[in-house]
Design a protein around this ligand. Structure first.
Ligand SMILES: [Mn+2]
Length: 334
């Protein structure tokens, strides 16, 4: 496989609250200290964060200095459009034009800040654009407004000559009962409608899995259109978006995903979107890093032992299962 470049979302390196314990189980960590923590971990070369909650005009110079100190770069900078009261019913697709304008302005501000740091990716997560009650929201109108907002964001990208790729990150539910465009193919449908080289997909593996997706199919479909610009890795048991380290629940599935990424020659970043509510974030990151590298080694060993031919024929299910098992055995015994 091509070298694996790992970035960590700094939202996971602090006290995390859940709805049953709104104080969390840990201690608050300042943004600069979170970046320093990540910078001390071998094999992690980038961070991901939100504007204005984690980076803003007040701390940007300090962030730049800490990044330099630790040889880190910002890989993904996302405008926060779901943490304020005004976004309770939606953001880029909200029915209120003033709310939509605020969300577009927020994303533009994230792109402006990103340009200063040469950030390659900016994610759009339609967290609150959706419904809880049946027929609460008019999805025809939601899609129309969402597409219009995306076009305005992309106009800003092009008017300024920014290289940043804007990516939709689909998720089926949470915080809303249903989030619009909740699965990979739906997001891809909108990306293909907008048809802009600066607009693509961030596939979050955990989100795809709670949508019961066959991730190797979805990745292949995104790549058919050349729209896979970023990835978020984590793991769950397909009950909720648990955001555990990739490969800890289902290592075989991680191999499956990396196999397809190798096949398509993916050269983007491997983002970590982790929520260590009870545990040391450093352990989450180190396990994630090691599992990604071990899964990549399994992919390479499978290909050295005939996986490509087996797969091209599509007739050797048991043989592929044995090859995968044996390669995993060798690498993990390793
Ligand atoms: Mn994510």
């Amino acid at each position: 496989m091509k070298p694996i470049r790992i970035s960590m979302g700094i939202w996971g390196n602090t006290n995390l609250v859940d709805r049953f314990n709104t104080k969390g189980f840990g201690e608050e960590v300042a943004v600069l200290d979170r970046i320093r923590q990540i910078g001390q971990i071998d094999g992690v070369d980038g961070i991901e964060l939100h504007l204005p909650t984690e980076i803003n005009d007040t701390n940007a110079d300090d962030v730049a200095r800490v990044l330099d100190d630790h040889n880190l770069q910002i890989v993904q900078l996302c405008g926060h459009t779901w943490t304020e009261k005004k976004y309770k019913h939606g953001a880029l697709a909200d029915s209120n034009p003033a709310v939509r304008q605020g969300a577009v302005d927020r994303v533009r501000a994230a792109l402006d800040m990103g340009a200063r740091f040469n950030v390659p990716i900016s994610v759009l997560w339609p967290a609150t654009d959706g419904n809880d009650f049946p027929l609460q929201a008019d999805y025809l109108a939601l899609y129309e407004r969402y597409v219009q907002s995306c076009r305005r964001i992309l106009d800003h990208v092009h008017a300024n000559g920014y290289a940043t790729k804007v990516c939709i990150e689909p998720k089926p539910f949470e915080p809303r009962t249903h989030i619009m465009m909740g699965n990979t193919a739906q997001a891809l449908c909108i990306v293909n409608e907008i048809d802009d080289p600066s607009f693509g997909i961030n596939l979050d593996v955990g989100h795809a899995m709670i949508a019961s997706e066959n991730v190797e199919d979805q990745l292949s479909l995104i790549c058919r259109y050349g729209k896979l610009y970023h990835t978020h890795f984590n793991d769950n048991d397909q009950q909720c978006d648990a955001d555990l380290p990739p490969g800890t629940i289902n290592f075989l599935r991680l191999v499956q995903i990396l196999y397809v990424l190798d096949q398509v020659g993916y050269d983007g970043w491997f983002g970590l979107d982790l929520f260590p509510y009870r545990d040391d974030p450093r352990k989450f990151i180190e396990i994630s890093r090691d599992n990604l590298h071990k899964a990549a080694a399994v992919v390479d060993l499978m290909n050295e032992n005939g996986a490509r031919d087996l797969r091209a024929a599509g007739t050797g299910g048991p043989e592929m299962a044995i090859l995968m098992r044996d390669c995993m055995g060798k690498v993990l015994a390793g």
